[in-house]
Design a protein around this ligand. Sequence first.
Ligand SMILES: [Zn+2]
Ligand SMILES: [Zn+2]
Length: 257
Amino acid sequence: MYDYHVHSVYSDGSRFEPMVAAAAEAGVTAVGFADHCNLSVDARRQRERARYHRNFDLTYERRREALAAVRAETDLTVFDAVEVDYEPAAEEDIAAFLQEAGFDYSLGSVHYVGDPDVFGYDSFAAESEQERRRFVDDYYDTVVSLIDSELFDIAAHVDIVESHPDLSGLTTCAHAERVADAFQRSRTVPELNAGRFEDEEKPAAFHPEGRVFEMLLDRGVEFTLGTDAHSPDDFAERVPALRDRAQRYGIDPVCPL
Ligand SMILES: [Zn+2]
Ligand SMILES: [Zn+2]
């Protein structure tokens, strides 16, 4: 099994050696470090890049040197990748960065839309259902735009709104259809992401799940696999969980390289 989505200390993950050792222990044969990078055109996000470990465009060359040393000491295949925060206004800068850096492959993620973050950082509890639905619409518009941009090899966790307690359940069949349509006309593939697996009790243990997952399977869209591991402890449960899920749904993971 190839795990195309893990994080190192070059963003908000962990040191290379324990990550690689834990991945090998869990039965992974290739691991791709895809650290976060933000190239926002927004002044506030630019100021926050350093604080949130998202200025990987300044450090990727150093990580590349480190990965060469890591490779020398492991039997695992180690990929040099990136997870870029997608925002439509930054497309030109993202394209220029990816071109210049020449990663093995790239992931694109919608982690925010306009001001609010999709993740736990921002609450939507005070917003009406109509406002939340509008946000989820905007989120899927941005995901479709990411897929249509064809900037990335992989679109990460495409239904991440489903893991937000204030937004879960608001993904509609129309959203799922638009995402599936976009993948069918794009070179970009979605990943099966186990980043939320520790919350197995919650509805969104994987991304995608529910409507989006079913629609993509229906349309024969192919997937890559990613644990989204940030800590060595993440591999032990997520690797077999991903493998089981892929098997259960007849998914034969594709290679994004
Ligand atoms: Zn992500
Ligand atoms: Zn990630």
